[in-house]
Design a protein around this ligand. Structure first.
Ligand code: SF4
Length: 723
């Protein structure tokens, strides 16, 4: 047994001289001892606090034996679905089963159940009566209240009820788990552990809840009334603050779900300690024969430098899980981990990432956040950066500089997302310059997500003009550096608020910047996000304004296709979308048209040569920013004139097309007539011949002639025709 991995079976326990573990941690992911994996952090934190922890990774949930593998734990079971919600892990946005699970050995699917947290807990209850069960991780955290579940298209109860667990730990759980362990170790029954921030429990009555709570609409009301759901979500969202947040209660039948306010973020010293624990930075060797755990490869040479995000993108659940207050590790801690990485056997000189949810957020948005909490009604970056926002990249730059000077390090990349609006708000160019000079591998991925002001508002993303300004700056700096680097922008289709017209607007923007995304991400209504609440209710919970939600398969397909309008395969959908959006002015031959009229060769096939947009060199130039603003404005000003010309052209085209069709029809008829004549002649000739042969053979009909008879085809002939 590799001594330093935590026990996964009885033999491992015996090697350590243990006859019982304090905690058995059941996880939907394979066992990877790396701080990018939640179960690894929790198990090492508890080990550091003096507890004996065993791991039960990906147990067989159809029987109880796997849950009994380590015996009954002294203090309780800890259950997590893994690093992802099990439904997101299993299904694509189209609710189709995914092909791979990168958190399982060799990407094998089917090693965890749907709704893993619930299934595991119920199996543990079957195996051991009255054992304390504490659930945590992303799945439990984001399903802690009554929530909309995209896969069943219903509002589900809190996962705490469905799982029958005793306690739910939400957010990053290090502080909570150590406190819970201490109480259990002191002999306090789990049902009395009710006061720890960052946890949820079930109460029989409101009298059991200490003062200062807010009651939100019940499960029943939220399931029956979408407005109530939006109201409940707004309170959950706004109270998600460790400084000013209040306890929230939500009735579920005869019981009450109680959410204590969020746990305070870890201090820098605490965070350093968590990341400095004795992780082996590897997957358990039992997976070697199956090809290891692919998810590890993405993070093995990466360093988590921060947590939390004040970006508030509506489709991201991070605010709800890690919170708005950014916490960061110290320079020493990051450098120490980096040196450890450079000493790994398979280190090739490249540190793949130094970041967090947002790489360039290294400190809280403002001092007020720490004293009185983050603003309830205001976002730090949306619709534009708050005046109180503390903008500084110096400290992060200092760390990156030191990392790239380390022995054996050839290059340090920054691959976590960066917020370009935060960069643009920085008066100094130093960060962007050094980022482009040293930490980008030729392409910088950024996520403007859309271009329509309405959709960007619903997404809580920066305005399109900020992206334009960033692009300009990006290419200017690259030019100064003499580097050829490109921006890869990510766009999302069918987000709440995105009408077909907005999707056409985005397609036109892509046409103007001559960029075609290789992949398009459809909005995925995952649990716990503001956008998911919009998707379900058709309301923006923060404003209670109505929001358009594209839901039909056809419309979603059309919106997605518009983003890749040059793809010949998408032609029919794009055509249908433009007709539906009353934008047939974009069907034609002019430079502003997205596609050709029907019956003509699809856009990209016919115009690869003359269409500068699809020409690689030009595309690079444009994405590089050589299509200057003046030119874009000029284009926009001439749009009306061009549209008029297009309409004229379309009319001409359709006239031409009608003429052509008419001519073709006439020609076809002529050919059919001539063919008919030929057949008639042939028949008559044959008739004459048959008559001749009957005469010659005294009235006997030959076999050959019989098979040709239309009334009685032989089996052979019939089969031939069937094919
Ligand atoms: S004052 Fe501004 S930066 Fe500070 S929390 Fe409020 S919105 Fe964010």
């Amino acid at each position: 047994m590799p001594v330093n991995y935590l026990p996964v079976n009885r033999e491992d326990m015996e090697c350590r001289g243990w006859d019982q573990v304090d905690f058995a941690l059941v996880s939907g992911d394979a066992y990877v001892d790396h701080p990018s994996f939640g179960p690894a952090i929790i198990s090492r934190v508890l080990e550091d606090a003096g507890y004996k922890v065993g791991i039960i990774p990906q147990p067989d949930w159809k029987k109880t034996e796997d849950f009994q593998r380590l015996g009954r734990p002294r203090l309780g079971f800890l259950v997590s679905a893994g690093n992802m919600d099990s439904m997101v892990n299993h299904y694509s946005v189209n609710k189709k089963i995914r092909e791979k699970d990168s958190y399982s050995p060799g990407c094998k699917m089917g090693l965890r159940p749907d709704r893993a947290t619930i299934v595991y807990c119920n199996k543990i209850r079957e195996a051991y009566k009255n054992v304390p069960i504490i659930i945590g991780g992303v799945e439990a955290s984001l399903r802690r209240f009554a929530h909309y579940d995209y896969w069943s298209d219903t509002v589900r109860k809190s996962i705490l009820i469905d799982s029958s667990a005793d306690l739910l730990v939400y957010g990053m759980a290090e502080k909570q788990i150590v406190e819970i362990a201490a109480y259990l170790n002191d002999g306090l029954e789990v049902k009395y552990i009710r006061h720890i921030p960052g946890t949820c429990y079930m109460a029989d009555s409101l009298e059991e809840v200490s003062n200062g709570y807010i009651e939100i609409p019940s499960f029943k009301k939220t399931a029956e009334d979408k407005t109530k759901y939006a109201e409940a979500f707004k309170i959950q969202y706004q109270e998600q603050d460790p400084v000013r947040g209040k306890t929230i209660v939500q009735q579920h039948g005869i019981k009450y779900l109680v959410q204590n306010k969020p746990e305070m973020p870890l201090s820098q010293a605490e965070l350093d300690k968590v990341y400095g624990l004795s992780y082996l930075k590897n997957a358990h060797p039992m997976y070697d024969r199956d090809g290891g755990i692919p998810a590890l490869e993405e993070v093995k040479f990466s360093i988590v430098s921060s947590r939390g995000c004040f970006g508030s993108c509506a489709f991201c659940s991070l605010t709800f899980h890690q919170g708005r207050i950014v916490q960061s590790r110290s320079e020493e801690s990051i450098l120490h981990e980096a040196v450890g990485i450079t000493n790994l056997e398979d280190f090739k000189g490249y540190i793949h990432d130094v970041g967090g949810p947002t790489a360039n957020f290294r400190q809280p948005a403002c001092l007020k956040q720490l004293k009185t909490g983050a603003c309830k009604e205001k976002q730090c970056l949306h619709p534009s950066p708050c005046k109180s926002l503390h903008i500084d990249h110096q400290e992060y730059l200092g760390i990156l500089r030191k990392l790239r000077k380390l022995p054996k390090v050839k290059k340090v990349f920054v691959r976590s997302g960066i917020r370009y609006d935060y960069i643009m708000a920085d008066k100094s160019e130093h960060f962007l310059k050094e980022l482009l000079e040293h930490h980008v591998s030729g392409q910088l991925k950024v996520a403007p997500e859309h271009i329509s002001p309405k959709v960007l508002h619903d997404m809580r993303k920066p305005a399109g003009k900020t992206f334009e300004q960033f692009r300009e700056k990006f290419f200017k700096i690259n030019e100064r550096l003499g580097k050829k680097q490109f921006i890869v922008p990510y766009f999302m289709s069918s987000h709440p608020g995105s009408t077909l017209e907005a999707a056409v607007e985005l397609a036109e923007y892509l046409r103007d910047i001559h960029y075609q995304p290789e992949q398009v991400q459809d909005f995925y209504p995952t649990p716990g996000t503001l956008s998911t609440a919009m998707f379900y209710t058709g309301l923006d919970p923060l404003t209670m304004q109505k929001v358009y939600v594209p839901k039909s398969k056809t419309e979603k397909a059309m919106q997605r296709a518009l983003l890749q309008f040059r793809e010949p395969k998408k032609y029919a959908l794009v055509h249908a979308a433009l007709v539906e959006a009353d934008r047939t002015d974009l069907i034609g031959f002019g430079p502003k048209c997205l596609i050709r009229p029907k019956g003509k060769t699809a856009y990209s096939d016919q115009n690869k040569e003359q269409d500068s947009g699809y020409n690689q060199n030009k595309q690079k130039n444009i994405v590089k920013g050589k299509l200057n603003k003046e030119q874009v404005n000029k284009d926009l000003l001439s749009k009306a004139r061009i549209n008029k010309e297009h309409k004229k052209k379309i009319t001409e085209d359709s006239r031409k097309s009608r003429r052509t069709v008419k001519n073709e029809k006439m020609e076809k008829e002529r050919q059919q007539r001539s063919l008919g004549n030929k057949k008639r002649n042939l028949k008559e000739n044959q008739k004459e011949k048959h008559q001749g042969s009957r005469t010659e053979a005294s009235g006997k009909v030959t076999g050959k002639v019989k098979r040709m008879s239309p009334g009685k085809p032989s089996g052979k002939v019939k089969r031939k025709h069937s094919f």
